[in-house]
Design a protein around this ligand. Structure first.
Ligand code: FES
Ligand code: FES
Length: 176
Protein backbone atom coordinates (compact mmCIF):
# COMPACT_ATOMS: atom_id res chain seq x y z
CA UNK A 1 0.00 0.00 0.00
CA UNK A 2 1.36 3.42 -0.93
CA UNK A 3 2.22 5.72 1.95
CA UNK A 4 2.45 9.35 0.84
CA UNK A 5 4.05 11.72 3.29
CA UNK A 6 5.65 15.15 3.39
CA UNK A 7 7.16 15.97 6.73
CA UNK A 8 8.24 19.19 8.38
CA UNK A 9 11.79 18.95 7.13
CA UNK A 10 10.76 18.57 3.52
CA UNK A 11 7.93 21.04 3.66
CA UNK A 12 10.41 23.79 4.54
CA UNK A 13 12.13 23.24 1.20
CA UNK A 14 11.35 25.21 -1.94
CA UNK A 15 8.42 23.22 -3.35
CA UNK A 16 9.63 23.72 -6.93
CA UNK A 17 12.77 21.70 -6.08
CA UNK A 18 10.93 18.69 -4.72
CA UNK A 19 10.80 15.42 -6.60
CA UNK A 20 8.40 12.57 -5.97
CA UNK A 21 10.04 9.20 -5.52
CA UNK A 22 8.55 5.82 -4.77
CA UNK A 23 10.61 3.26 -2.84
CA UNK A 24 9.58 -0.14 -1.57
CA UNK A 25 11.10 -0.67 1.87
CA UNK A 26 10.66 -3.97 3.67
CA UNK A 27 7.78 -4.78 1.34
CA UNK A 28 5.90 -1.53 1.86
CA UNK A 29 5.71 1.13 -0.84
CA UNK A 30 6.46 4.70 0.19
CA UNK A 31 5.98 7.76 -1.99
CA UNK A 32 7.83 10.80 -0.63
CA UNK A 33 8.73 14.25 -1.87
CA UNK A 34 12.43 14.96 -1.61
CA UNK A 35 14.96 17.56 -2.65
CA UNK A 36 17.50 16.17 -5.15
CA UNK A 37 20.31 16.90 -2.64
CA UNK A 38 18.83 14.67 0.07
CA UNK A 39 20.70 11.52 1.03
CA UNK A 40 18.88 8.21 0.98
CA UNK A 41 19.94 7.59 4.60
CA UNK A 42 18.31 10.84 5.73
CA UNK A 43 15.12 10.15 3.79
CA UNK A 44 14.84 6.64 5.25
CA UNK A 45 15.32 8.00 8.77
CA UNK A 46 13.70 11.42 8.74
CA UNK A 47 11.02 11.22 6.07
CA UNK A 48 9.99 7.58 6.31
CA UNK A 49 10.76 7.22 10.01
CA UNK A 50 12.79 4.01 9.90
CA UNK A 51 15.53 5.02 12.31
CA UNK A 52 17.09 1.56 12.61
CA UNK A 53 19.48 2.52 9.81
CA UNK A 54 22.22 4.47 11.56
CA UNK A 55 24.31 7.32 10.25
CA UNK A 56 27.86 7.66 11.51
CA UNK A 57 30.50 9.07 9.18
CA UNK A 58 28.31 10.03 6.19
CA UNK A 59 31.39 9.37 4.07
CA UNK A 60 30.98 5.73 3.18
CA UNK A 61 33.57 4.58 5.71
CA UNK A 62 31.86 3.22 8.83
CA UNK A 63 29.14 1.06 7.27
CA UNK A 64 26.53 1.94 9.92
CA UNK A 65 24.10 3.03 7.18
CA UNK A 66 24.32 -0.21 5.17
CA UNK A 67 21.06 -1.38 3.65
CA UNK A 68 20.19 -3.85 0.91
CA UNK A 69 19.23 -2.19 -2.37
CA UNK A 70 17.83 -4.46 -5.05
CA UNK A 71 19.59 -7.40 -3.43
CA UNK A 72 22.99 -5.77 -2.97
CA UNK A 73 24.45 -4.09 0.12
CA UNK A 74 24.77 -0.34 -0.26
CA UNK A 75 25.86 2.62 1.84
CA UNK A 76 22.71 4.69 2.10
CA UNK A 77 24.81 7.77 2.95
CA UNK A 78 26.44 7.56 -0.47
CA UNK A 79 23.20 7.53 -2.45
CA UNK A 80 20.88 10.39 -3.18
CA UNK A 81 17.29 9.50 -2.47
CA UNK A 82 16.31 10.33 -6.06
CA UNK A 83 18.67 7.56 -7.20
CA UNK A 84 16.54 5.11 -5.23
CA UNK A 85 13.33 5.86 -7.10
CA UNK A 86 11.72 2.53 -7.95
CA UNK A 87 14.12 0.30 -6.02
CA UNK A 88 13.45 -2.42 -3.46
CA UNK A 89 15.15 -1.85 -0.11
CA UNK A 90 15.64 -4.03 2.92
CA UNK A 91 16.53 -2.27 6.17
CA UNK A 92 17.23 -3.73 9.59
CA UNK A 93 13.54 -3.31 10.46
CA UNK A 94 12.75 -5.85 7.74
CA UNK A 95 14.91 -8.64 9.15
CA UNK A 96 12.50 -9.85 11.81
CA UNK A 97 9.47 -11.88 10.82
CA UNK A 98 6.03 -10.29 10.63
CA UNK A 99 5.17 -12.07 13.87
CA UNK A 100 8.11 -10.35 15.56
CA UNK A 101 10.34 -13.41 15.55
CA UNK A 102 13.97 -12.41 15.29
CA UNK A 103 16.11 -13.32 12.30
CA UNK A 104 18.79 -15.92 13.18
CA UNK A 105 21.39 -13.16 12.86
CA UNK A 106 19.56 -11.00 15.38
CA UNK A 107 19.19 -13.97 17.73
CA UNK A 108 22.87 -14.80 17.40
CA UNK A 109 24.01 -11.20 18.02
CA UNK A 110 21.93 -11.30 21.17
CA UNK A 111 23.11 -14.73 22.31
CA UNK A 112 26.79 -14.21 21.49
CA UNK A 113 27.02 -10.63 22.76
CA UNK A 114 27.68 -9.27 19.28
CA UNK A 115 26.72 -5.78 20.34
CA UNK A 116 27.65 -3.37 23.08
CA UNK A 117 26.50 0.16 22.31
CA UNK A 118 24.68 -1.18 19.25
CA UNK A 119 25.50 1.73 16.99
CA UNK A 120 27.22 -0.37 14.34
CA UNK A 121 24.77 -3.24 14.70
CA UNK A 122 22.20 -2.41 11.99
CA UNK A 123 24.92 -2.07 9.37
CA UNK A 124 26.69 -5.17 10.65
CA UNK A 125 23.48 -7.16 10.43
CA UNK A 126 22.73 -6.03 6.89
CA UNK A 127 26.27 -6.72 5.67
CA UNK A 128 26.25 -10.12 7.40
CA UNK A 129 22.80 -10.87 5.95
CA UNK A 130 24.06 -10.43 2.41
CA UNK A 131 27.35 -12.14 3.19
CA UNK A 132 25.57 -15.28 4.45
CA UNK A 133 23.39 -15.38 1.35
CA UNK A 134 26.57 -15.76 -0.68
CA UNK A 135 28.59 -17.72 1.92
CA UNK A 136 26.27 -20.08 3.80
CA UNK A 137 29.17 -22.03 5.33
CA UNK A 138 31.89 -19.47 5.93
CA UNK A 139 35.19 -19.80 7.76
CA UNK A 140 35.94 -17.28 10.50
CA UNK A 141 38.46 -15.67 8.17
CA UNK A 142 35.78 -15.28 5.49
CA UNK A 143 33.40 -13.78 8.06
CA UNK A 144 36.05 -11.26 9.08
CA UNK A 145 36.55 -10.38 5.45
CA UNK A 146 32.78 -10.17 4.88
CA UNK A 147 32.23 -7.62 7.63
CA UNK A 148 35.49 -5.75 7.07
CA UNK A 149 33.65 -2.79 5.61
CA UNK A 150 31.82 -2.18 8.88
CA UNK A 151 33.53 -0.45 11.77
CA UNK A 152 32.79 -1.25 15.41
CA UNK A 153 34.29 0.80 18.21
CA UNK A 154 33.15 -1.46 21.05
CA UNK A 155 33.39 -5.15 20.50
CA UNK A 156 36.80 -6.01 19.10
CA UNK A 157 34.85 -7.98 16.48
CA UNK A 158 35.42 -11.33 18.20
CA UNK A 159 31.85 -11.69 19.41
CA UNK A 160 30.47 -10.36 16.12
CA UNK A 161 32.34 -13.09 14.26
CA UNK A 162 31.03 -15.60 16.83
CA UNK A 163 27.49 -14.34 16.16
CA UNK A 164 27.73 -14.53 12.37
CA UNK A 165 29.24 -18.00 12.64
CA UNK A 166 26.39 -19.11 14.90
CA UNK A 167 23.74 -17.59 12.62
CA UNK A 168 25.25 -19.38 9.64
CA UNK A 169 25.03 -22.67 11.54
CA UNK A 170 21.39 -22.08 12.51
CA UNK A 171 20.44 -21.00 8.99
CA UNK A 172 22.08 -24.07 7.46
CA UNK A 173 20.17 -26.29 9.87
CA UNK A 174 16.95 -24.55 8.88
CA UNK A 175 17.56 -25.44 5.26
CA UNK A 176 18.32 -29.11 5.88
S1 FES B 1 27.26 6.64 7.63
FE1 FES B 1 27.37 5.68 5.73
S2 FES B 1 29.24 4.62 5.75
FE2 FES B 1 29.24 5.75 7.61
S1 FES C 1 28.73 -2.18 19.30
FE1 FES C 1 29.30 -0.11 19.60
S2 FES C 1 30.13 0.48 17.69
FE2 FES C 1 29.79 -1.62 17.48
Amino acid sequence: MADSSMTTKTSKADASKLRSITITINGKEHTVWVEPRMLLSDVIRDEIGLTGTHVGCEHGICGACTIIVDGRPARSCLMFAVQADGVQILTVEGLAGEDGSLHPLQEAFWEKHGLQCGFCTPGMLMSAYHFLEEHPNPSREEIRDGISGNLCRCTGYQSIVDAVEEAARVMRQGKE
